[in-house]
Design a binder for this molecule. Sequence first.
Ligand code: MN
Length: 704
Amino acid sequence: MKRDVTGLIIKVKKYAPAADTSILQRAYEFADQHHIDQKRASGDPYISHPVAVANMLADLKLDIPSIATGLLHDTVEDTSATLEDIQNEFGEEIAYLVNGVTKLSRIELQSNDNKQAENFRKLVLAMAQDIRVLLIKLIDRLHNMRTLHYLPSADSRKRISLETIEIYAPLAERIGMFTVQEQLQDLSFAELNPEAYQSIMLRVADFHEKGQDIVQRVIEGLKGTLSEGSIDCEVFGREKKPYSIWRKMQRKNVNFEQLSDLFGFRIVTTSVADCYQALGLIHSSYLVLPQKFKDYISTPKPNHYQSLHTTVIGPKGIRLEIQIRTTSMQEIADRGVAAHWQYKQEMTSNDGKRFRWLRSLLEIMDQAAGAEEFLEHTKLEMFQDQVFCFTPKGDVINLPQGATPIDFAYAVHSDVGNSCKGAKINGRLMPLRTEIKSGDQLEIITSKNQQPSPTWEQFVVTGKAQANIRRFIRSQQRDQFTRLGRSIYASELTADQRKVLEEHKESIYKTHGIHNESEFLSFIGEGKITIRELKHKFFDEGPMEDDIKISKSKVSSKKSVEIKGLVPGMAIHYAGCCHPLPGDKIIGIITTGKGVTIHNSDCETLHKYEEEPHRWFDVSWGDTGNTQFKGRVFVMLENKSGSLGSIATIIGKSGANITNIRVLRRLNDYFDLLIDVDVTDKDKLFDVIALLRTSSIVHSVERH
Ligand code: MN
């Protein structure tokens, strides 16, 4: 292998005379220095590999940044060079491409199952982003496959071959690089199934030897037929590749002797009109198999492949597969998206290259959905909505964009989700709400004592995680209501009363559709059955007084309000005696049949419950969003005309809404007022109070 880039630069200059190739010289020197002590498995200096890759990229007539990336592609992964070094030396575009190829190098197929292969292909596509990254990776892989036999470990050779045939060959096909696809397939096939490969090679050689004159005769025959028109063309005979023969034998259940279509013939013309004229001449001279005719010129394949395909009966009844195309179609068939891109490139200016590349890939993928040629029927955009991450064993888990470790845990197994305590992403402990990125490796830390948290529901994105968390919360909620119901039942009823109720159990259960005791107790806890109701019915006691009056105009507990310390879904009321606001210290008091009443922790009403510790719940404000709460202020206001109006204006300025004004006392000089305002929290209410205090007509303001 040559150890300089003179040949490479000459090659590039041929198709891009104006290109600045000095960057290639510098990239070569950079890579050479960094790989200096490294050798390939073949014993060659390591630099031979990037130089070969760069040359192959130049054969595809790629742009300078791609070829420079070919030279640099292994420096970040395998040497002391960093991405910053590349960025400083070669700029952002090349650093971007090197980074892309480096990321792809870290993905390894470790599973043998088909579903995994499909996910891996999507992963590679999603991660590549810029199609040049994919092209460079494919060429890198092709060169590694060509030198695979030097690798001493049979396991490694097998793994790499499997990955190549399952992932990279289909990707090459997707972007129309048939030549690369064929080579990747044959090199992998030779490694994975050496007996089959050898036997096909022998038979092909044998057939080739005996059939040589047949091929030559067919070519001569076709030329003769075509000479009847004035068509400028060349005719080629071409042997099918071992892997495609093998596939045909697998698919069609035929043996070697029956494979008459070992050879393909190709007619390459200079114009589309000549293609159709050639077709006409052939169809009028040979017997045609009509079902085999395909016109990919008028209807190109999604990857932009164009050609006419026909099969006719040749001499000795041999079937001849014939492709007819122009030289530029031939170019696209060989180089796929690379050729396609180049034409676009020539037509447009220099900026935004990267995005044109991407767009042309998107165009191709866009149309791929309905095409039988493609292995997946999924569009690229769909992969962009997804992330692909790994289990510690190397399995790929496919999740929607925005998924978190909790989603991942539930995707692995419900038990893993339910006992998820923490997560390591790429070996580092990360918060459970972290968004997973494609290529991340996740490890879930579980604990028997862990339970799903209701807050998880706010950031999970998969239905599976949501359903599991909700199911858990519901059961936990039932437990809590049952616990509560049990203590209410025990404290509010005498032993004798409980005994009486026990005798009527059946009828109570029946009336309410209850199945067992814990359900009965949870009904009491939840307030679906009240003690008052039971006493009234069975002991003829009058309706019980409610211990406290719950404000009728209470703010309903909207979904966005979260009170910590309670399970979601419990009915929440805000006490009318103290009007608690977010920011206040609060206490929850369970009230039979009413759910939980939230009091300010310094509310005097709380004294009433000192003897009933089972009714106290330690709670705090969670996220309350923009929910409005009722705040109440006591105002002493000068009694003069217009002062009430001024108050309304002042409060309006603070942005708060007055919901009620009550005049408590009207003296000659002062009003005593209670004003209710809707505010989001305590601080907001204090803003209102402060603003009122600035007014000359306000004597005093207190929170009430
Ligand atoms: Mn490489």
